[in-house]
Design a protein around this ligand. Structure first.
Ligand SMILES: [Zn+2]
Ligand SMILES: [Zn+2]
Length: 287
């Protein structure tokens, strides 16, 4: 005879497990629980995956290990299966299936959880070396005015990501690396066309001035090998910024497409083109 009442669902029950009926208990306790997002660093060229200081060819194995480390099993488990779904270049997840008893007084059940993987694509050292040999372009992003802060960096990254997403597969993998250097960022690429697309997208999104130069880096079969260098100067000034331009004080009034509106010390409005500005020594004086 059922003699107890479950305080959660109000049903009569023979047994209470930790103060609730078996069905309420089962609903509230899972065999599988996942802690936090599971990150996976994968080489976009050879698909090796990074695991404890090593690059491992079998990315599926690394994915399973990573998920295993993030998954917690509760109760007594009698069997676990893991299947990797998708691939690092699109979307990837691991299906975890477990059998077991969530509580000793309950029967064995099966449970399934899909664990999405947060894949970060980069190059493993071996592929980076091969890519470096094929370096065809460098984008040198430099600031004029304010330093490149976290927000601007994030905005730049998103412009680059969108441009890459719109391009074909070969171009998408063309970035060798992006390094922070003094006053900016250097991005090396194996493909000059995608470099140009990225530069144009940056130029459209931020007040900037672009200068393109070709550099002969070698000779192959009697022909010069060129590397294209895109120098992108971001005009990173805001209204009311106080600046010293070649030693003279100005206040920024507005930043337009190709020029900056300034107020000189006498209160006169001056317009200075990006071209002109880039040739000057510009120092922020209110920071
Ligand atoms: Zn209940
Ligand atoms: Zn690789």
């Amino acid at each position: 005879m059922p003699s107890k009442v479950c305080p959660i669902c109000g049903r009569e029950t023979d047994v209470l497990i930790e103060g609730m009926c078996p069905s309420c208990y089962s609903e509230r306790h899972r065999l599988i629980s996942v802690e936090g997002p599971v990150k996976l660093l994968v080489c976009k060229s050879c698909l090796s995956a990074y695991q404890r200081g090593r690059w491992v060819r079998d990315w599926k194995q690394v994915a399973r290990k990573a998920v295993q480390a993030a998954v917690k099993f509760n109760g007594s488990i009698t069997g676990v299966e893991m299947d990797v779904m998708g691939n690092p270049l699109t979307t990837m997840s691991v299906r975890v299936r477990a059998r077991g008893k969530i509580h000793e007084s309950l029967g064995e059940v099966g449970e399934e959880a899909i664990v999405p993987l947060n894949v970060v694509l980069d190059l493993c050292p071996t592929c980076r070396y091969v890519y470096s040999e094929r370096e065809a372009a460098v984008i040198q992003v430099r600031k004029l005015g304010r330093p490149i802060d976290g927000d601007l960096r994030t905005a730049l990254e998103s412009v680059i990501r969108i441009t890459l997403a719109k391009s074909d597969e070969v171009q998408r993998g063309a970035i060798i690396d992006a390094k922070e250097v003094e006053g900016g960022i250097d991005i090396r690429l194996t493909n000059a066309n995608i470099a140009k697309s990225i530069v144009m997208a940056i130029h459209r999104s931020f007040p900037s001035r672009v200068v393109e130069t070709e550099k002969v880096v070698g000779v192959k079969d009697g022909k010069h090998i060129y590397k294209i260098i895109f120098s992108v100067r971001l005009i990173n000034l805001r209204r009311n910024d106080e600046v010293l331009i070649d030693g003279a004080k100005y206040v920024v009034k507005d930043v337009r497409n190709n020029s900056v509106g300034l107020l000189d010390e006498k209160g006169n409005s001056v317009s200075m083109s990006f071209d002109k500005l880039i040739g000057r020594r510009v120092i922020m004086s209110n920071q």
